[in-house]
Ligand binder design. Sequence first.
Ligand SMILES: O=C(O)c1ccc[n+]([C@@H]2O[C@H](COP(=O)([O-])O)[C@@H](O)[C@H]2O)c1
Ligand SMILES: Cc1cc2nc[nH]c2cc1C
Length: 356
Amino acid sequence: MEIEQSRLEQTLRRIAGLDELAMQNAERQIDRLTKPPGSLGRLEEIARQIAGITGVLNPDLSRKAVVVMAGDHGVCEEGVSAFPAEVTPQMVLNFLNGGAAVNVLARHVGADVVCVDIGVNSDIGHPDLLVRKVGRGTGNIAVGPAMTREEAVQAIGIGIETVESLVDRGYRLFATGEMGIGNTTPSSALLTALTGADIESAVGRGTGIGDETLRRKRDVIGRALRVNRPDADDPLDVLAKVGGYEIAGLVGVILGAAANRCPVVVDGFISSVAALVASRIAPVAKGFMLPSHLSHERGHRLLMEHLGLRPILQMDMRLGEGTGAVMTFPIVEASMKLMNEMATFESAGVSGKETE
Ligand SMILES: O=C(O)c1ccc[n+]([C@@H]2O[C@H](COP(=O)([O-])O)[C@@H](O)[C@H]2O)c1
Ligand SMILES: Cc1cc2nc[nH]c2cc1C
């Protein structure tokens, strides 16, 4: 525990703000390119942010990974998902065999899928799986805490460690992904507890539940908040009481990326909740996050407003796994290519803007 606590503290100490000088240099470069000022919109904004994160205008982001954290949820026994809990290990095996949506998209964009069992309730035998179990499924949040504070810190440490070892192997661009049947329930509980949002607007249909299950899910979240009484001013308390192992792992992935000055593209609803927790632990980490898409899950728009992040894509996706984040990698790469490869007004002999 002490080792994990100090890993988190060390990581937090390493997270610094964006490089203002690099961002000014990026802005100056972008304004020299052969286009009306500002006309590449958010591509310009992303290029500037990546410069601020990495400290250079032409970082090598060619090695990219989506870290998929998988865990089970005790709250599934309340009947809150459209699918049975056994789908979690089954889908993990699908990721490892390359057959899930995230695998197809990752291959399409040249990224690697790194799968971590941080709390699945069964043993999945596969040589490529990183087995880092903090527990075998969380406690049912409707009747008690999901995990202890020590376990939450340990899970964050695993996320940090996963990113650190990937950075050692040359990875520089990260995406968050997750798999966990039932995990939209703790995600909505976290959103409600951390922002004071009303349950109605923070809870959605997850994997596709009907009206009756939706009513039960809202009731379960209300009970979870009453039973656990999470302290909104203590993000670790909230995470431990009504979170999940994979959510805590992703908090670590985000903090680890920020500490290593690597951009991290945040996926949908569950990943964005992890981003909210990370931003409450370390507000400066927000500068290292790139939003990906606006999930179809109810509550995601509200969540992004709280984070102050504007999703790049809107594809009506609500799958998770890191799919939306991986889809955003080419946009990040395109923004960097534009900044580095476009001709300038001077080099191409194009006349500049008229003075009015
Ligand atoms: O990323 C999203 O926005 C998203 C929205 C809804 C569902 N999911 C995925 O669906 C699972 C959770 O849904 P549920 O209904 O079981 O709570 C979990 O494996 C997530 O990856 C993901
Ligand atoms: C099949 C399936 C795949 C998923 N991927 C992420 N969450 C999921 C939930 C289900 C049910």
